[in-house]
Design a protein around this ligand. Structure first.
Ligand code: 13P
Ligand code: SF4
Length: 332
């Protein structure tokens, strides 16, 4: 991918003004059909904050990775329909193995998860015995199975603070989140050199351009952003914490450095405020190409056919469950 050079003007940031409640669009026939099939099949729809607005509006729960894992663990529905990416649906299966877990698009992967193949992690651990492995939830079930504890962006600082003091930590797979956690906790860690292709596209130049166009607007950044961008932000936090921050802060406009789907959740739950998508050098907003593989049409199809399903070998399921349950225990 070639980035535009510094003399090319940065794209104009996309602005999401407050929703007018009087103009809320009614559900479409397809959305109503999805709700009807969901009821018939005793299914629950869980959607990540990065899903499109039309999917978010038919979901039973919309949230970040931590909230979604908790919802998946606690549901009594027969089928969990996971609108997100593959590792999230796998996590749902691991925490609630008796349920059928389906997803609209089996090919919805994650560049961050791909940056840490389980065989490479196993080889590294064999060469460096004794490390305590903290894995960000954005990794495969096989990587989780090799880890001591899982974390999300919402609880990573708390989880790392709970690791026994005498142990050297290996943090996988996101070097940016890992760097940020090191700064917050003061604890040294070995960092796996992985990253999210979408979040590393944000630049200080783009953020400064958005600040110039919207003076006084606080900058809210996800910890998967690079250090220079995190350093320029007013707050660095998980997608869930962005909601509370924007609600409690008196400002009327916020610059948001995370995936565009987040704007839908913010607009619905923080009424009356304006959200500006932090631009990258490529675009005035930033979609995750994997998250956006899910569509309403595919959601309807997977509910009707109950396919594709997440299946995992029994030994992987059991080995991956232990570090996830440790996380849930440590972040009550
Ligand atoms: P959150 O858990 O903060 O929603 O992050 C998930 C993710 O994939 C970020 O890219
Ligand atoms: Fe993975 Fe990045 Fe997409 Fe999140 S935004 S799912 S980390 S590729």
């Amino acid at each position: 991918m070639s980035l535009k050079n510094a003399s090319t003007p940065a794209p104009t940031p996309l602005v999401f003004p407050p929703l007018d409640p009087r103009q809320a669009a009614p559900l479409s026939p397809l959305q109503r059909e999805i709700l009807e099939i969901k009821r018939r099949k005793n299914a629950v729809i869980l959607a990540h904050n990065y899903q499109t607005d039309d999917i978010q509006r038919v979901a039973d729960f919309v949230g970040d990775s931590l909230g979604l894992a908790r919802q998946a663990a606690g549901t009594t529905a027969e089928t969990i329909v996971f609108c997100g990416v593959h590792f999230m649906a796998e996590t749902a299966k691991i925490v609630n193995p008796g349920k059928r877990v389906i997803l609209p698009e089996a090919g919805a992967g994650c560049s961050l998860s791909d940056s840490c193949p389980a065989e490479e992690l196993a080889a590294y651990k064999a060469q460096n015995p004794g490390l305590y492995t903290v894995a960000y939830i954005n990794c495969s079930a096989a990587v989780k199975a090799l880890s001591d504890v899982i974390c999300t962006s919402g609880n990573a600082v708390d989880i790392v603070n709970r690791v026994p003091p005498g142990r050297e930590i290996l943090f996988v797979p996101d070097q940016n989140l890992g760097q940020w956690v090191m700064r917050q906790t003061g604890r040294g860690m070995r960092l796996w050199p992985g990253s999210c292709y979408a979040h590393v596209l944000y630049t200080v130049r783009g953020i400064e351009g958005a600040r110039a166009a919207h003076p006084g607007a606080p900058v809210v950044a996800h910890p998967e952003c690079i250090e220079a961008v995190r350093d320029t932000a007013d707050i660095v936090c998980s997608t869930e914490k962005m909601i509370g921050y924007c609600r409690d802060n008196p400002a009327g406009t916020f610059i948001i450095a995370t995936e565009t789907g987040m704007m839908s959740r913010l607009r619905r739950e923080v009424p009356g405020k304006t959200f500006v998508a932090a631009p990258t050098d490529l675009c005035g907003c930033n979609d995750c190409r994997y998250m956006k593989m899910n569509t309403l049409g595919k959601l309807r199809e997977c509910l009707e056919t109950l396919e594709p399903q997440v299946t995992l070998p029994m030994d992987t399921l059991a080995a991956a469950a232990a570090p996830i349950h440790r996380m849930l225990e440590w972040s009550r």
